[in-house]
Design a protein around this ligand. Structure first.
Ligand code: KIV
Length: 290
């Protein structure tokens, strides 16, 4: 069933994604941070991620480390109000799952209560215990391995991971541990294509790649990157399908010019008084100041 050629109306669920993995069907994930981007994303994507990338994409932070649970709740609620048919995943921000198991459950459970279908968290085998605890509380978890932006300080920058034998083997081991712990999917970010292909081959859960080559079960890009809304240098793995920044700026500047030269608003964009009230306001005089 479809509304039009690009919008299936069936809700996408975790069993849907696991079936697609078995069938070799690719899934599409993108980000949304508000109702506008959620409506656009839901016409196209299978999975909508309210990513902690909201920090650098929308909130002006340099990286994702400053994003709090309260900020995520605010953006998640806006996206959830659009009731997307796509699977809605909320990112666990930095420090929301590091301090204690109880805090992790409360924060992740809070996301589900606000409309998320699942949460995503960064990290390998050392996060397996937390993943297990969340899954035990009926909270589906998507893992995230490779170039994990919350580890920017440990990595010494946003650098491709898994390029040495030790790192590559550790990543495969991490992927296996996360699957065993109950993750229903894994984001693989910023790793060599061959490594992502090997992980995708042996895992039974889908992999969603970003800068991880073409052989993952699906792909994710930040919506603002796909639309070309982000200014400046983009990472190699980003392909912008529109020059959104300039298209939107051009439209806005035509409006601004019309305001300045008096062409906006036109008569048909203005409200009118009933004809018989014209004299009433014309005859009104300001009263003397009291
Ligand atoms: O926060 C985010 O947008 C992400 C994706 C890029 C995977 O984690």
């Amino acid at each position: 069933m479809s509304q039009n050629s690009e919008t299936p109306i069936e809700r996408i669920t975790i069993p849907t994604l696991l079936r697609w993995k078995r069938e070799g069907r690719r899934s599409v994930m993108t980000t949304a941070y508000d109702a506008v981007t959620a409506h656009i994303a839901d016409r196209v994507a299978d999975i909508i991620l309210v990513g902690d990338s909201v920090g650098n994409v929308c909130l002006g932070f340099e990286n994702t480390l400053s994003v709090s649970v309260a900020m995520m709740n605010h953006h998640l609620e806006a996206v959830a109000r659009t009731r997307p048919r796509a699977l809605l995943v909320a990112d666990m921000p930095y420090l929301s799952f590091h301090v204690s198991r109880e805090e992790a459950i409360r924060n992740a459970g809070g996301f589900l209560q606000r409309g998320a279908d699942a949460v995503k968290l960064e990290g390998g085998a050392k996060r397996a215990e937390i993943v297990r605890a969340l899954v035990d509380c009926e909270i589906p978890v998507m893992g995230h391995l490779g170039l994990t932006p919350q580890s920017v300080n440990v990595m010494g920058g946003f650098k491709v991971q898994g390029r040495t034998a030790d790192d590559a083997l550790r990543l495969l081991e991490d992927a296996q541990r996360l699957q065993e712990a109950g993750c229903f999917a894994l984001v693989l970010e910023g790793i060599p294509a061959e490594l992502a292909a090997r992980a995708t081959e042996f895992l039974t859960i889908p992999t969603i790649g970003i800068g991880a080559g073409p052989d993952c079960s699906g792909q994710v890009l930040v919506l603002h990157d796909v639309l070309g809304l982000t200014e400046g240098r983009r990472p190699k793995f980003v392909r912008a399908y529109a020059d959104g920044f300039h298209v939107l700026k051009e439209a806005l500047s035509r409006w601004a010019a019309d305001v300045r030269n008096g062409a906006f608003p036109a008569s048909e964009e203005s409200y009118r008084l009933p004809e018989d009230l014209g004299d009433t306001i014309a005859n009104w005089t300001p009263s003397n100041p009291t």
